[in-house]
Design a binder for this molecule. Structure first.
Ligand SMILES: [Zn+2]
Length: 346
């Protein structure tokens, strides 16, 4: 780490906003804003049950996981054609670029769409088109990670993988999301082994609400390269040691944790502790349209609540690049870009 210039605490939010960063944990369906839902509903003549942006935004004030999932799936119903998926991803990438996200590895949930009769081809080609255009139009390097819904069966996951393989060149890895408790990683051990043979990168949600045991099995049985969330790891000293030693990245999502009551308030979040223990922690937005903020909101609010400073800001941004699935050369370039921002900041 370079020697950092002294930065006044009042200037910290601006530094957080301006520093280049990577987003590694964002569900594209969770970026649907009410305005876009209603625009797509009109275009596709779908009745979403809300006729104004205000009414829909009101429904985003969900109170628990189930009411969140209800509105989440209702919103996804407006996605019918490839161009709908493209428009959704483009809206996210514009928003990410405004937060100085220069690299994004975006999750998508094909089963949410194929279950409604939308073809895998429409989902992937639409999202991929937005990624291809992102470098020129938004200045963001964007790739896709296909996530399996863990509350569904192993058999359904294998069927989904088969449907996606004709588009293997359009996504770089696979993940595991949806309700964690009661659906431990070992349920998908054979699926992950198969995806590993196919040369796909492997990640999984673990230790968000589920116990440290789920993080262990994600590492040892699924052999994932990153853990999504993972904040419950702090309950297990041996696990903390393993994560630090092997520098397994955790994609932490503070505002999501706050909204879903994983922590009672942001000041109680353990991100500072995880970072202090030498873990490769990153900051991410998860489902930003629903959880109260995109990347910079997560950084600024978390730093304000926990008292983290410029040194941790630098480390978190550097971690986001080191944890990404790009070549060592590209990681070095991103690192230099980050160092440049800090060196010239006043
Ligand atoms: Zn997530």
């Amino acid at each position: 780490m370079p020697s950092l210039p002294p930065i006044h605490p009042d200037r910290l939010p601006e530094l957080l906003r301006r520093m280049p960063k990577a987003e590694l944990h964002v569900h594209i369906e969770g970026t649907l804003e009410p305005e876009l839902i209603l625009a797509l509903a009109r275009r596709n003549q779908v009745d979403v049950g809300y006729d104004s942006v205000e009414a829909l935004r009101q429904a985003y004030n969900f109170t628990d996981l189930q009411s969140f999932l209800d509105i989440y799936y209702a919103g996804a119903c407006v996605l019918r054609e490839a161009r709908d998926f493209e428009d959704m991803a483009r809206a996210y990438l514009e928003r990410a670029a405004a937060d100085n996200v220069v690299h994004a590895e975006i999750f998508f949930d094909p089963q949410t769409h194929t279950a409604r009769g939308v073809s895998m081809e429409k989902v992937i080609t639409g999202l991929h088109r937005a990624c291809e255009r992102a470098r020129d139009e938004q200045g963001v390097n964007a790739t896709l990670i296909l996530c399996f819904l863990r509350h569904l069966s192993e058999e359904e996951a294998f069927e989904t993988l088969e449907q996606a393989l004709p588009f293997r060149d359009k996504f770089i890895g696979i993940g595991l999301d949806s309700s964690e408790v009661g659906h431990p990683p070992e349920k998908f051990a054979r699926l992950f082994a198969r995806c590993r043979e196919l040369g796909l990168h492997l990640v999984a949600h673990a230790g968000e609400e589920g116990p440290p045991a789920y993080v262990w099995t994600a590492l040892n049985l699924l052999r994932v390269e990153r853990i999504d969330h993972g904040v419950q790891s702090a309950k297990d000293p041996m696990l903390m040691q393993r994560l630090a030693q092997d520098q397994i990245p955790l994609t932490v999502c503070p505002l999501s944790n706050l909204k879903l009551k994983v922590f009672p308030d942001l000041a109680a979040h353990n991100i500072g502790r995880l970072l202090g223990a030498g873990l490769c922690v990153t900051v991410n937005s998860d489902d930003p349209a629903y959880f109260g903020g995109y990347m910079n909101d997560n950084f600024v609010q978390t730093f304000a609540a926990t008292g983290l400073g410029a040194r941790q800001a630098y480390q978190l941004a550097l971690n986001s690049f080191n944890a990404s699935f790009v070549s060592e050369r590209v990681k070095r370039n991103y690192g230099e870009m980050l160092a440049g921002t800090f060196a010239s900041f006043e």
